[in-house]
Design a protein around this ligand. Structure first.
Ligand SMILES: [Fe+2]
Length: 518
C-alpha cells in the first residue's frame, strides 16, 4: 500500500515493492512513469551556426516539491533530426537528469549546418517528449539578407493568459529574445499594487512569494506547464536574459527591496539563479557560479546583425532617490553609478569596435530613453529611477557608443507598454532607435489609449513616436537596408480567445537612426 507521500510521485516501477526501492531502480533503468515526465515541455536556446541547446526537465508532477521525481539520477535520451518525422537523425545521445538540478537536462548540440531547420525530442522511461523545432544561425561575416526575430517577456502569471505567445509561435521566426521577468516572485491569488485596490488574480500563482530554491522551482514549473508558452518554446529557439522578477522586484546587485543584509539577499539570489538555470535553455557558460551568473553574451548573424544581449541588473548600483517614479534628483548624475559591470562595458566596447555587420542589436531589459512620465495634472518632470534614467552618466556613455556606430537598434522590455522612439545624444541629435516591447501578460488587459497617460506621454516626449498600453510582443524584420519592427497586441488576457493584431510598425533605414512609421 502506498503512503500519501509516495502516491504524489508518479514513477511506477512495477508495483509497490519496487516503489519503495525507487532510488536504486531508476538509475539507468527503463522505468515507466504514471504521468507524462515531459509535462514541462521542451525548449531550445542560444542557437549558433553549428548547433543550439536543447532543454527539458523531468517533472511528471510539476507542482510537487521535486516535480514528482525520485531523488536519483535518471537517464534521458535525445535525438535531433533534419526532418519533422525523424527519418534522418543527425545527432543523438544520452544525458543525465540529476536531482541536484531538478532533473533538468541541457544538451549543447554541435556539428549541425548553418541556417537550417532541425527537430528534436527526448525519451525517458519509455516516454517520448513533444517535438521541438530549432534553427541554426550563420557565422559572422557570411552573406545574409534577412533575419526575423521576436521579443517577449514580463509574464506575470496572476495577470493573465499567454495568448500572445500563440502569435509568436505562428510567426516562423529565426529566434526569440527574452528581456526578462520570465517569472514573477509574487505569490497567491490576489494582485497587490502600490496605491491601487487589491484585485483577484486571473489565475493564482502556486505558493507564496518565492524565497527558497523549491519556491522558485515550483514557480518555473507552473510557468513551463502553460500550454501557450510551452508551444512557443517548442517552436522557436530563444536567447534568454533576466531582469528583476526572476529574483525580486527592482533588486540591484546585492541590494534588495526589503533592506535585508546583503549576505541574506545573496542566498535568495543564488536560489533564484539556480532555478533560472535549471529551467532556461542556456549553455554551460550560463551555469551559476558562486555569486554570479553570466547573462550577457553576443552572437553575430552573418554580415547582417551583430547582437549583444545585456545584463543591466546584476552589476548595477542601487537606484537613486528612493527608486521608482520620482522628480529629477542629484543622485541620477552620480558619476560612479553603473548599469553594467566594468567587464561587461569593456566586452561591449570590443564587440562594437570589431564587427562589420550592417546592424548592431542591443537586446536589454529597462528603458534607455529617459522619458518624462508625468501625467496631465503633474507640474514637474517625473522619471523612472529603475530605468537608465536613474543612471545618467552610464546612460550617456552608452548612447555615445551607439551614436558612434550609427547602426544601433535597442530592443527593450520591462515597461508593460509598447514604445517607439529615438535615443538622443547630449547635443539633442538622434543617436539610435529604441523599440520597447510590452508584456506578455503583466498589467492585465490594458487599454488603448490609456486614460490620463497616452496624450501627456507623447506631448512631453517629442523623441517618442508611439505608445500603447496593451499586451503583446515585437517582431523585428531586418533586411540589408531597413529594420522594421511590428508592434503586436492582444485585445484581452483575462479570458481565453484574445485576438492578436498588428497595432503599428516603425522602421529605421540603414544610414540614419531616425525612425519613421512603416
Ligand atoms: Fe515586468
Amino acid at each position: 500500500m502506498l503512503t500519501p507521500n509516495v502516491t504524489r510521485r508518479s514513477l511506477i516501477l512495477g508495483g509497490g515493492a519496487a516503489l519503495l526501492a525507487a532510488p536504486a531502480l531508476i538509475r539507468g533503468q527503463g522505468t515507466g512513469f504514471m504521468r507524462d515526465p515531459f509535462a514541462l515541455g521542451v525548449a531550445s536556446g542560444d542557437p549558433a551556426e553549428d548547433g543550439f541547446v536543447i532543454w527539458t526537465r523531468l517533472a511528471p508532477d510539476p507542482l510537487d516539491q521535486h516535480g514528482g521525481m525520485t531523488m536519483a539520477i535518471a537517464k534521458v535520451g535525445w535525438e535531433v533530426a533534419s526532418d519533422p518525422n525523424f527519418r534522418t537523425i543527425v545527432a543523438k545521445g544520452e544525458a543525465l537528469a540529476r536531482p541536484e538540478f531538478a532533473h533538468s537536462v541541457h544538451v549543447e548540440v554541435e556539428g549541425l549546418g548553418p541556417m537550417r531547420d532541425y527537430w528534436y525530442r527526448f525519451t525517458a522511461g519509455g516516454a517520448v517528449s513533444r517535438i521541438g523545432h530549432a534553427r541554426t544561425t550563420i557565422a559572422p561575416g557570411k552573406p545574409l539578407d534577412r533575419l526575423r526575430f521576436g521579443t517577449f517577456g514580463c509574464q506575470r502569471w496572476q495577470d493573465g493568459l499567454y495568448t500572445a505567445a500563440q502569435g509568436l509561435a505562428a510567426a516562423d521566426l529565426d529566434f526569440l529574445f527574452h528581456y526578462g521577468d520570465f517569472i514573477y516572485e509574487y505569490g497567491g491569488g490576489t494582485i497587490v499594487r502600490p496605491g491601487l485596490p487589491t484585485t483577484p488574480a486571473v489565475r493564482a500563482s502556486a505558493g507564496q512569494e518565492c524565497y527558497s530554491l523549491d519556491d522558485y522551482r515550483i514557480r518555473y514549473a507552473q510557468e513551463m506547464a502553460d500550454p501557450d508558452l510551452q508551444a512557443l518554446l517548442a517552436a522557436t529557439p530563444m536567447y534568454v536574459t533576466m531582469d528583476d522578477h526572476e529574483v525580486e522586484n527592482n533588486w540591484a546587485g546585492l541590494i534588495d527591496q526589503e533592506n535585508d543584509p546583503q549576505e541574506v539577499f545573496a542566498f535568495r539570489r543564488a536560489c533564484a539563479f539556480q532555478a533560472w538555470y535549471e529551467h532556461m535553455p542556456v549553455r554551460k557558460a550560463q551555469f551559476p557560479l558562486p555569486g554570479a551568473v553570466r547573462v550577457h553574451r553576443s552572437r553575430g548573424f552573418g554580415d547582417l546583425v551583430q547582437a549583444n544581449f545585456l545584463d543591466t541588473r546584476q552589476f548595477r548600483t542601487d537606484q537613486p532617490c528612493g527608486d521608482n517614479y520620482q522628480p529629477l534628483c542629484a543622485g541620477q548624475d552620480d558619476p560612479n553609478a553603473t548599469m553594467m559591470s566594468v567587464d561587461e562595458e569593456a566586452w561591449l566596447d570590443r564587440n562594437l569596435m570589431d564587427h562589420g555587420a550592417r546592424w548592431t542589436l542591443i537586446g536589454q531589459q529597462v528603458m534607455m530613453m529617459p522619458i518624462d512620465r508625468r501625467q496631465a495634472n503633474e507640474p514637474q518632470r517625473i522619471e523612472n529611477m529603475d530605468s537608465w534614467a536613474g543612471y545618467n552618466v552610464a546612460r550617456k556613455r552608452m548612447i555615445a557608443r551607439l551614436a558612434k556606430r550609427g547602426d544601433a537598434i535597442v530592443v527593450t522590455g520591462d515597461e508593460h507598454k509598447h514604445y517607439a522612439g529615438n535615443l538622443l545624444s547630449t547635443d539633442g541629435a538622434k543617436a539610435a532607435a529604441e523599440f520597447v516591447g510590452t508584456s506578455l501578460s503583466s498589467g492585465g488587459d490594458g487599454s488603448d489609449p490609456k486614460p490620463g497617460v497616452t496624450p501627456p506621454v507623447l506631448t512631453h516626449n517629442p523623441e517618442l513616436a508611439f505608445y500603447c498600453y496593451r499586451r503583446g510582443y515585437l517582431v523585428c524584420d531586418v533586411t540589408r537596408n531597413t529594420w522594421r519592427t511590428d508592434f503586436m497586441v492582444v485585445d484581452q488576457v483575462s479570458k481565453p480567445g484574445g485576438a492578436i493584431s498588428k497595432r503599428a510598425s516603425f522602421a529605421v533605414e540603414k544610414g540614419s537612426p531616425v525612425l519613421h512609421a512603416a
